[in-house]
Design a protein around this ligand. Structure first.
Ligand code: RB5
Length: 147
């Protein structure tokens, strides 16, 4: 498993603390930036990390901005990306189990580092259930194809 990590300035500190946790868990990641707290634009970093998921170079992407919303909107514009904004472990669990989400976004101004760690762990350890949910994912892909 390899994770593409990205943030804007608002998510920079939380991304750093999540990467530290990934180091402790010995989970590989690619840091797609941003690399400082200088103001920047979240779509640039959402795109960079989600490209790695599209190309199969990363299993998942974790994107952090102030609310998690901008990153989520940007990521969901990309083909094959199913991004979910998660502020709790229940959502993190079921967006993997039912939506086969391949990107999770977090709001650094919404959740603290401790909760964010639990949310990320739940997302990363939960498998997709398949079955009836696979049919629904195929319908989402068909909507995307029809655009
Ligand atoms: C940046 O100030 C802020 O707008 C951004 O981090 C994010 O919350 C956007 O959705």
């Amino acid at each position: 498993m390899k994770i593409a990590m990205a943030s804007d300035h608002g998510g920079f500190a939380l991304k750093a603390s999540l990467m530290k946790h990934l180091d402790e868990e010995k989970i590989e990641y690619i840091d797609c930036g941003t690399y400082s707290e200088e103001s920047c634009d979240y779509p640039d970093f959402a795109e960079k990390a989600c490209k790695l998921v599209q190309q199969g170079e990363a299993t998942y992407a974790i994107l952090v901005c102030g609310t998690g919303i901008g990153m989520c909107i940007a990521a969901n514009k990309m083909k094959g990306i199913r991004a979910a904004l998660c502020g709790d472990t229940f959502s993190a669990h079921f967006t993997r189990a039912h939506n086969d989400a391949n990107v999770m976004t977090l709001g650094a101004r919404v959740v603290g580092p401790g909760l964010a760690e639990f949310i990320m762990d739940e997302f990363l350890k939960t498998p997709f259930e398949g079955g009836r949910h696979a049919r629904r994912i195929a319908k989402i892909a068909a909507i995307e194809e029809a655009q």
